[in-house]
Write a protein that binds this ligand. Structure first.
Ligand code: G3H
Length: 534
């Protein structure tokens, strides 16, 4: 290892007291079949992307260790979830929805009490700034509460009998079965629970495999899940993909809820022996473009794109990952944009006003540097003074924000998702060039369009809606608010999530019907009474 200190070096005296690290956490707990068990097998060390000053040649800070669950444990977890589901005849799928909602409410209360600890672990393990970590926690609680409200609304809508021809139908939403739930490192709490909670509320049972990075924060939650849910309904494991491979090959997983790369999603899907039986709810990579028209307000554009491209270091699936600027205003835009990028504060996640923090994925700085080198070799220029890796150490985790221009179609950054603090800028003469480039992309999540002519904005956004799923007019790309449908085309997603769509994604519309004749009335009444049961 190189002896020059890494840039991402924390001085112990600068670490706020409430974030100070004690002894590394030895988290052997896992939840299986309603028991909080203690793992005695192989463990995996978890490191922060931060080095703490102290030793001669410091290493990434050790946060603790957690189970590297074996594939056989994955199978045990699957068996527990299958038993709780019991082919749809188990207690949990047959509980009145109100009873399942009470469990989720109980879980939410317990989770809220762990806010400080969860936020602290998130800050350390994924280096999300304190403010953004708190926002992720609060937004997750809000998501759960809103989902509970939405389910109440759905149940009251379902309570009306529908008449069609001479048929009376009682329509409802029934669960799908066993869900394998895997969240990502960038929103480990939010995106894991944004699939798990609706899945449970609808009566499914689950095996959760914790994210590869961003998993320590789940250990304080184990007890909350254990106390709030009945036996076998939620089973929580940590480990690599091999932990859940046999679960997939068994064919007993009914729903794959996965947020990550399309390559990993395809590999998981291919393991299932009956792919037609597997419902997929997938959130995958994206290459969201910003289109800056000649009449755009550059002050507004710069502020939005700065946050859109560099929020949490660009590690958002919704980040702006390619900027198309009209040739006539390219110089004016770049001058203002680069000045704003130069003002971004690089630092550790607990620093006041920090914008750019260490990147948690091993090898990420090298990956970004290779994308940057490819663009530079093919004719792009680096427009920010120190853009790129902050030191030559192979274990460096800081990458200073980079603006590369002009980026052209034969460069990797034109097509590949960087998921990091690089803003590639391309130039265009006619908006149709941009539409064609977006149409040719493997990805189709969102786009942003900046301009002032309402007719042109409306026309462009109308055409963009056939290429992506959401067009943000004069504002950055983003997922929220969570009442709105969050989905995408091509390799960017399968299924739709939102407070309501999440409930629909993990259920099937089912109905009981009777013919319109006098003897049917008591049956209809009995069906209604059953639904009204607390
Ligand atoms: O990485 C994907 C997240 O869901 C993005 O959420 O757009 O609200 O930051 P956000």
């Amino acid at each position: 290892m190189a002896s020059k200190p890494p840039f991402c070096l924390a001085h112990p005296q600068d670490i706020p007291a409430d974030l100070a690290l004690g002894e590394p956490l030895l988290s052997r707990d896992y939840l299986l079949d309603g028991e909080l068990r203690t793992w005695t097998g192989a463990m995996q060390e978890v490191h922060a992307p931060v080095f703490v000053e102290g030793s001669k040649d410091p290493e990434r800070q050790l946060l603790g260790s957690c189970p590297a669950h074996a594939p056989s444990t994955g199978q045990e977890a699957l068996t527990a979830a299958c038993t709780a589901w019991d082919q749809g005849l188990g207690d949990w799928p047959n509980l009145p929805p109100e009873a399942r909602m009470a469990c989720v409410e109980d879980f939410c209360l317990r989770m809220n009490a762990k806010r400080t600890e969860i936020v602290r672990l998130m800050i350390w393990e994924i280096c999300k700034s304190r403010k953004e970590s708190e926002q992720e926690f609060d937004r997750t609680i809000e998501y759960i509460e809103d989902t509970l409200c939405e389910l109440r609304r759905m149940l009251s809508e379902d309570s009306h009998t529908v008449k069609a021809s001479r048929i009376d139908a009682q329509i409802g939403h029934s669960p799908l079965g066993v869900v394998l739930c895997m969240g990502p490192f960038n929103f480990p709490l939010n995106e894991t629970l944004a699939t798990l909670i609706p899945a449970l509320l609808m009566g499914n049972t689950a095996v959760v495999k914790l994210p590869r990075i961003g998993r320590m924060l789940f250990f304080p939650l184990m007890d909350c899940f254990h106390k709030a849910f009945p036996r076998g309904v939620v089973n929580i494991l940590s480990g690599g993909i091999e932990t859940v491979t046999p679960a997939m090959t068994s064919g007993k997983v009914d729903v794959l809820a996965f947020i990550g790369t399309s390559r990993a999603a395809q590999a998981m899907h291919a393991l299932h022996p009956h792919p037609n039986r597997l419902r997929c709810v997938l959130g995958l990579e994206a290459k969201n473009a910003a289109i800056i028209l000649p009449d755009a307000d550059l002050v507004e554009v710069v502020a939005e794109i700065l946050r859109g491209a560099f929020g949490f270091n660009g590690q958002r699936c919704t980040a702006i990952k390619l900027i198309f600027v009209a040739r006539s205003i390219a110089d004016a835009f770049l001058e203002r944009f680069c000045a704003a990028v130069a003002g971004l504060k690089i630092g550790l996640p607990w620093e006041q006003g920090v914008n750019i923090t260490p990147l948690p994925e091993p090898g990420k700085v090298q990956f970004l540097d290779a994308l940057r080198a490819d663009a530079l070799a093919k004719g792009a220029r680096e427009l920010t003074p120190n853009g790129g890796p902050m030191s030559a150490r192979p274990d460096e985790t800081f990458f200073a924000p980079s603006v590369l221009y002009p980026v052209t179609p034969h460069m990797r950054l034109f097509r590949e998702e960087q998921f990091g603090p690089i803003a590639p800028v391309a130039v265009f003469d006619e908006p149709t060039e941009v539409l064609r480039a977006i149409a040719a992309s493997d990805y189709g999540q969102q786009a942003s369009v900046f301009g002032s002519d309402p007719v042109q904005l409306a026309d462009l956004s109308q055409r963009l809606r056939n290429l992506v799923s959401r067009v943000n007019i004069n504002c950055k790309c983003q997922r929220g608010p969570d009442e709105l449908p969050f989905t995408a085309r091509r390799d960017s997603a399968v299924g739709t999530l939102s407070v309501r769509d999440g409930l629909l994604a993990f259920s099937l519309p089912t109905l009981a019907v009777v013919r319109d004749k006098p003897t049917s009335k008591p049956v209809l009444q009995a069906l209604d009474d059953l639904r009204a049961m607390p």
